[in-house]
Design a binder for this molecule. Sequence first.
Ligand SMILES: [Zn+2]
Length: 265
Amino acid sequence: MSGYAQKDTTISNLVRRNEDWAAGIERIHPGAFPRMARRPQQPKVLWIGCSDSRVPESVITASVPGDIFVHRNIGNQFSADDPSAASVVQFAVQRLRVSHVVVVGHTHCGGVAAAFEAVKDGLPPSGPLGGWLHHLIHLARHHPDATDLTEANVVSAIDRVRDFIEKMEYLDPRGEQEFQQVTVVGMVYELETGRLRELGRREVWPPQEEADEDESDTATVYEAGRYENPPYANGQYADEPYEDGVYENKPYANGVYATGIPVYV
Ligand SMILES: [Zn+2]
């Protein structure tokens, strides 16, 4: 059989399955597509995951269109210097106002394997892949176990996402608030079991209106032990300093400083 005569069914299969799926949705939920097209999307979750075909976020979480805003790349990495990932997070947090950002690594990740290979060979992969894996290769030098590296990579990413959101402009040019509280969650998807496992969380609290200066409020907060450490090394609590530059005894209205680290009470 010549190459010409051989039918390429890959794309035609995709299109056929799409037709079957759309027809099925219309049977079960008549008018669902026009309704979806009329309304803006309102996902609550931004998912930053690996490009791996075995970890499709909507399938493994039984989600439907409109549930999850998505950014996927090799090795589920996040860098503020990556305009693709960074603009996705900015849009999700500022415009869509998602409540949660999840970063999901997975077992048997090809990116993790490639990072180990690069450490062993002393040579990164050629082309853009080598550059993209730079951070993962760096981590691989300190985490020689695959599970450790997978988890360290996720933890690194949630820290970076947290730092990025904290540094975002809080007020847009019209003076409107750009984001609400965001919880950044790190997880690993186990290919062996099909289950998600949580690794940790980072809370990002936006700056709030200056709290009223009732001393008893502050004392209550201290008594509750909700903040033991100054939020930032420079003693500041937010990007927007108070006018007098004094931060002491002025927690946010919700009684919690924007520490960027989880506040467990
Ligand atoms: Zn992967």
